[in-house]
Design a protein around this ligand. Structure first.
Ligand code: MG
Length: 386
């Protein structure tokens, strides 16, 4: 894939010098970053694009996929809550991407690859968040189970149908590899730094915005959060900079500072680990990861603070009576709809029906249900089951 890009039929204006992106990457990437020119390529061979690097094409394919658009109407944590303040899976994804790009640029990593991985990281989630995932996993217990990371790989390689020449999105091997790591497939190669920063960005984003959404929806108070050391550290920085603030301004500033502390800390600790390990190539990164070196990670104090925040959110929010009640109700609906389509497979769209012979009925029904948004699922439940 390292040959200079020729203008192709699916390319655009050819006034750009060919392979401009190679010079750009050569100037910007650290030796530990993954250059697009060294990509292992795609499952289905394609001619190079006139002016986009392989990873830029990957990113665009993710953004233009139906699975990505549907994230707009999929639950992050809070199903069935009034108001439009709290995150959907799409806005969560965009926050993760924004944090991941900052990390990538600061660490001289391949920002296009990082952006692709961040935009794609949640496309395998079914409706109803983890409640939907757990239900489908139960229903497919005899067929290998269901998990959103494996489902993302199925979307990338099979389920998304947009191109006449191949099923799936035909993404670069490094994107599939990173997703295979997330899915914990035994054959997954050790992760590149580009994959590791996306996981870290995911955690920074959800710890912070789940806290924000939980306050907004009345699950916890800012005062209770301020008891946690990491949140208290953020608040004291805010106080040092702005003095006394009203409750809403304080909340916004503290949550902003919480992201800032984690991002700044992560850049510092990761940069020093890259230096310490003398990482001078993506191969060296893979070798260090294989040897169990945690390259992208928080310093001990921040890591402990995050664990405490996560424990707090788990008890007060994710396992609260209110969330559990909604969870049980919606899981029941998903189960009944699953059974309904098992009994009426002809009512699935043709592309899901056609796969019944090769994949089995239950897996095909699960693929159909997993692609639904929360909104579509609710309408379908009313249409089929009421
Ligand atoms: Mg996520």
């Amino acid at each position: 894939m390292s040959d200079a890009a020729e203008p192709t039929t699916d390319g655009g204006p050819s006034r750009h010098p060919p392979a401009d992106w190679q010079a750009r990457e050569a100037a910007l990437l650290g030796p530990w970053a993954m250059p697009a020119a060294d990509s292992a390529g795609r499952i289905h061979d394609e001619p190079p694009h006139a002016f986009r690097s392989p990873y830029q094409r990957d990113r665009d394919r993710v953004v233009h996929s139906a699975a990505f658009r549907r994230l707009a109407h999929k639950t992050q944590v809070f199903t069935d809550y009034p108001g439009d303040y709290h995150r959907s899976r799409l806005t969560h994804t965009l926050e993760v991407t924004s944090i991941a790009r900052t990390l990538a640029r600061s660490l001289s990593l391949n920002e296009d690859l990082v952006e692709t991985l961040a935009l794609a990281h949640d496309i395998g989630h079914p409706p109803l968040g983890h409640a939907g995932e757990d239900t489908l996993n139960d229903l497919l217990a005899d067929e290998g189970g269901f998990n959103h990371n494996q489902q993302a790989l199925r979307i990338m390689t099979l389920l998304e149908q947009r191109y006449p020449a191949f099923p799936g999105l035909n993404l670069s091997q490094e994107v599939l590899d990173a997703q295979a790591v997330r899915a914990r497939l035994p054959e997954a190669p050790p992760p590149l730094l580009e994959a590791q920063v996306v996981d870290a960005a995911d955690s920074i984003a959800y710890d912070t915005h789940d806290a924000d959404d939980a306050i907004e929806l009345g699950f916890v108070s800012l005062d209770a959060l301020l008891e946690l050391p990491l949140v208290a550290a953020a608040a004291s920085r805010v106080a040092g900079r702005h003095g006394q603030l009203g409750p809403l301004a304080l909340r916004r500033a503290v949550l902003h500072e919480l992201v800032e502390i984690q991002v700044a800390g992560l850049i510092e600790s990761t940069a020093s680990r890259i230096k310490q390990d003398g990482l001078d190539s993506p191969a060296a990164v893979r070798e260090a990861s294989a040897a169990g070196h945690r390259l992208v990670g928080h310093a001990a104090g921040i890591a402990a603070g995050k664990r405490e925040l996560e424990r707090f959110l788990f008890q007060q929010v994710y396992r609260s009576g209110q969330v559990m009640e909604v969870r049980q109700r919606s899981q029941g609906q998903l189960r009944r709809l699953f059974q309904w389509y098992c009994d009426h497979p002809r009512d699935m769209p043709p592309r899901y029906r056609q796969r019944v012979d090769s994949l089995g009925l239950r897996r095909s029904v699960a693929d159909y249900l997993a692609g639904m948004t929360d909104r579509f699922l609710n309408r379908d439940v009313r249409r089929r089951l009421d």
